[in-house]
Design a protein around this ligand. Structure first.
Ligand code: SF4
Length: 400
């Protein structure tokens, strides 16, 4: 009888896409999907470390899962993968990995780098296919653990991505989401390794193109292929909608805007993380744009793509954020009128640059700013009806 696997996934859309690849690897080895944890011979836990105390939570979770499955290590093999394993594998002292191995002596640790792209991902039902185009990030925003957990940015080959989209369409998918930590620098890694500056790149179609240069991290220009990739995906027959996550403001080229404007099947909801509205805080976050540059980019996009709507990510209460800095965030929110914003209050993460900064905003003040901003976004996006509901939870959180 075939062995059965079960995957428990935490975190973002990229982790979900990674789990689809893990599933395809198990199936290629003859495993079948268990309907529940209780039925599984192998359980894969795909971890996220964006939340607080991630490491402790994984230890507790493994213990709970073993209790729930009512089976010991001989009967249930548990595999830990995802961001926690990535961070542990890259931590120079090796202490985190050593601690994890001693706390979880019977479990296997699987770095995502060991899970290849050779099998078609086992996709969820529905019309949407998530396609990973790159993994990792070179940006080192001060608050973010991703460059440590996923390592340096690595782009998948252009043709391999198109092939995966084609396969997804043939399997009945009509919507494609291109995923990466920084999609709009797609290709920079292999272009810089293999192609001299100014040289042309041959697309799988045979067309030769000049890579699009973008001003990256305020210091240098890098070549990217994202506008060409997005266009090639949008032109695949059967792709009714294509979106991408996440694009960073500093790599968003005019060529990319032109491609979006030209193809109506490219999603008009654009996610463009601002994180903060004050130049002082944006700089402290090690992000390479000013509020004026961000607003100018929004305007350039609106001119060419009039039906565009923006969503964003914002952190309130970052170290050193004064009331005046926070007012600058409120101001930028009023100007852009984001349709949606994913707001978080700052909390330090191990290994990040911000950990060394004094976490000087009182938690109650962070939560007050969170609620104020949340309500403003709801009002501006015409969702006032949610304020009463959200307001209650906000108030509860403030009075904790
Ligand atoms: Fe993290 Fe910044 Fe990279 Fe996004 S761009 S993954 S926030 S380091």
């Amino acid at each position: 009888m075939s062995k059965k696997y079960f995957i428990q996934t935490f975190g973002c859309q990229q982790n979900t896409a990674d789990s689809e690849r893990i599933a395809s690897q198990y199936e290629a080895r003859g495993f079948v999907l268990a309907r529940s944890l209780e039925e599984a011979d192998t359980l894969v836990v795909n971890t996220c470390i964006v939340r607080d105390r991630a490491e402790e939570k994984v230890y507790g979770l493994v213990q709970n899962l073993r209790e729930k499955a009512k089976r010991g290590p001989g009967d249930l093999h548990i595999v830990i993968t995802g961001c926690l394993v990535g961070a542990a594998a890259r931590e120079p002292s090796g202490k985190l990995m050593k601690r994890m191995k001693s706390r979880l002596p019977n479990e296997e640790f699987l770095p995502m780098e060991d899970v290849g792209f050779e099998h078609e991902p086992k996709r969820a039902t529905g019309k949407m296919a998530s396609i990973v185009i790159s993994n990792g990030c070179n940006n080192f925003c001060a608050f973010c653990i991703v460059p440590f957990s996923r390592g340096k940015e690595r782009s998948r080959p252009f043709g391999e991505i198109l092939h995966e989209v084609q396969e997804a369409v043939e399997a009945g998918k009509t919507e494609v989401v291109l995923l990466g930590q920084n999609v709009n620098s797609y290709g920079a890694d292999f272009l810089m390794e293999k192609i001299k500056e100014g040289a042309e790149y041959e697309l799988p179609s045979g067309k030769k193109v000049k890579p699009v240069m973008v001003k990256h991290l305020g210091r240098h220009r890098i070549p990217t292929l994202f506008p060409y990739l997005l266009e090639a995906v949008a032109e695949i027959p059967g792709v009714e909608k294509v979106s991408f996550l996440s694009a960073n403001p500093w790599d968003f080229s005019d060529e990319l805007i032109d491609v979006i404007a030209k193809h109506p099947n490219i999603d008009r909801y654009l996610h463009l993380p601002i994180q903060a509205g004050s130049d002082k805080i944006i700089k402290a976050m090690n992000r390479w744009y000013t509020r004026d540059e961000y607003l100018a980019l929004i305007e350039r996009i609106q001119v060419k793509v009039p039906d565009v709507e923006f969503t964003t990510d914002i952190i309130v209460g970052f170290p050193g954020e004064t009331r005046e800095d926070f007012e600058a965030t409120l101001d930028i929110v009023r100007r852009v009128k984001f349709t949606k914003a994913f707001v978080a209050w700052y909390s330090p993460r191990p290994g990040t640059a911000a950990l060394k900064m004094p976490d000087d905003i009182d938690i109650h003040e962070k939560k007050r700013r969170f609620t104020e901003l949340d309500h403003l976004i709801l009002r501006l996006s015409g969702r006032e009806h949610l304020i009463e509901k959200m307001g209650k939870t906000g108030a509860e959180r403030v009075s904790e």
